[in-house]
Design a protein around this ligand. Structure first.
Ligand code: ATP
Ligand code: MG
Length: 383
């Protein structure tokens, strides 16, 4: 008998002619997630199977697999050659701690002589022999003993399904550049686009020495946590200091934030072209702060011509926090280091900027030179 991890995928099943491509990408991503562990990953009839792994690695393997986008659920199963006595023997040895259970039998192998319904009854009785306090509950059992008699001559017995993240395999939906601040929102925004199959790279602006080295180090740790969901994830760290000093020195203070945000977008667009990304991603949510009103977002958007994705646009902060907790970025995000957006802040930033006035302010700056200088400070970290 062998223990294996069965991996099921969801939405890919709906794909038509290019389903093979999605399955291939998913297999690659699974293998990447399990790199460094001794194990075998194969595709077996509409699902994947991880086998030949060390028992002591099981929890870590499961933890990594639950973070691979495209997988719907997984379960640990015992696999053995199909044989009536072997199945009954297995059932006799099951020890359950729950109060209720049911047995499900799927008999894909029609050479197996006993019908599914009969097997369910026989196996259920075997389980009861050894578990005297547990009850059968076919409607709402605490645990389901699943017996899968497959056509390939093997029987799999598993107990529980562990839910994975769902979504589509990373790498099947283009590449995006995430504007990653040290805050709560942007890591969650990146998570959602990666979940839909986008390969995500990140860009962080720091304003050293106005912002600390700890603030930068915190963003690297945020990226490392995000990296558990992404393969080939790169973080670009750029200096925004000169841009902020120039805006602060030359422009109307009330426009500081919108001017900064438009330059961030321009830099992001230029960097996207360089790394072949087709979209910019931000953690903005409508109405959250002055720079995220409808008017501010419109004026910010007007600085670039490539698509800007804002997956959190309709999220309440509490909804975002719940996801940040789930993906393990929240505790890092709330560490108290300043972001470049919080320095040089005006007391009363404009909340309804007009594009003409913003353009007037921009005439006071050499924007192309500032963008260029910012891009030249690129420090690339392979996560
Ligand atoms: P977050 O929680 O992600 O920091 P926020 O609510 O603090 O968001 P803002 O500071 O207005 O909002 O930033 C809005 C978006 O702009 C962020 O979600 C992020 O995508 C981007 N952004 C802000 N600061 C930076 C930065 N220093 N480097 C890169 N991107 C940034
Ligand atoms: Mg922020």
């Amino acid at each position: 008998m062998e223990k294996v991890i069965l991996l099921r995928y969801g939405e890919i099943h709906l794909k038509g002619a290019n389903r093979g491509y999605f399955e291939h990408m998913l297999l690659n991503n699974i293998q990447h997630a399990l790199k460094g562990f001794s194990c075998t990953v194969k595709k077996v009839a509409g699902r994947y199977e991880v086998s030949e792994y060390e028992e002591r690695d099981e929890d870590e393997l499961i933890d990594r697999l639950t973070k691979v986008f495209g997988l719907h659920s997984l379960s640990v199963a015992s696999k053995f050659l199909t044989d009536y006595d072997a199945i009954l023997d297995f059932c006799s040895n099951i020890k359950l701690t729950q109060k209720s259970f049911k047995v499900e039998v799927r008999r894909a192998d029609k050479r197996f002589p006993t019908k599914s319904m009969d097997m369910m009854k026989i196996c259920g009785e075997k389980v009861l022999e050894n578990n005297t306090t547990i009850k059968v509950d076919v409607h709402n059992p605490e645990v389901v003993v699943k017996i899968d008699i497959r056509e390939d001559g093997f029987t799999y017995v598993s107990f529980s399904n562990i839910m994975c993240c769902g979504g589509m395999p990373v790498g099947t939906a283009g590449k995006g550049l995430l504007l990653l601040s040290g805050g709560i929102d942007s890591p969650v925004a990146g998570y959602y686009l990666a979940k839909r199959g986008m390969s995500v790279h990140a860009l962080h602006f720091h304003s050293y020495p106005y912002t600390s080295l700890q603030a930068k180090e915190k963003v690297i740790r945020l990226a490392q946590q995000m990296g558990k969901y992404l393969s080939n994830f790169k973080l670009h760290i750029l200096s925004f200091t000169k841009v902020q000093e120039e805006i602060n020195r030359k422009c109307n203070r009330d426009y500081t934030v919108i001017l900064m945000r438009r330059i961030m977008m321009r830099v992001a667009e230029k960097l996207s072209q360089k790394i072949n990304a087709n979209a910019i991603i931000t953690g903005e949510s409508l109405g959250q702060v002055a720079s995220q009103t409808m008017e501010s977002i419109t004026v910010t958007n007007a600085a670039v011509s490539m698509p800007v994705f804002r997956p959190l646009i309709g999220f309440d902060k509490l909804e975002t926090i719940a996801v940040a907790n789930k993906i393990g970025t929240y505790d890092i995000s709330i560490e108290p280091y300043e972001d470049c957006c919080t320095i040089f802040l005006p007391k009363k930033p404009v909340t309804r900027p007009e594009l003409e006035k913003v353009l007037e302010e921009e005439k006071k700056l050499d924007i192309d030179a500032l963008v260029e200088e910012c891009l030249n400070s690129d420090e690339i970290i392979d996560i």
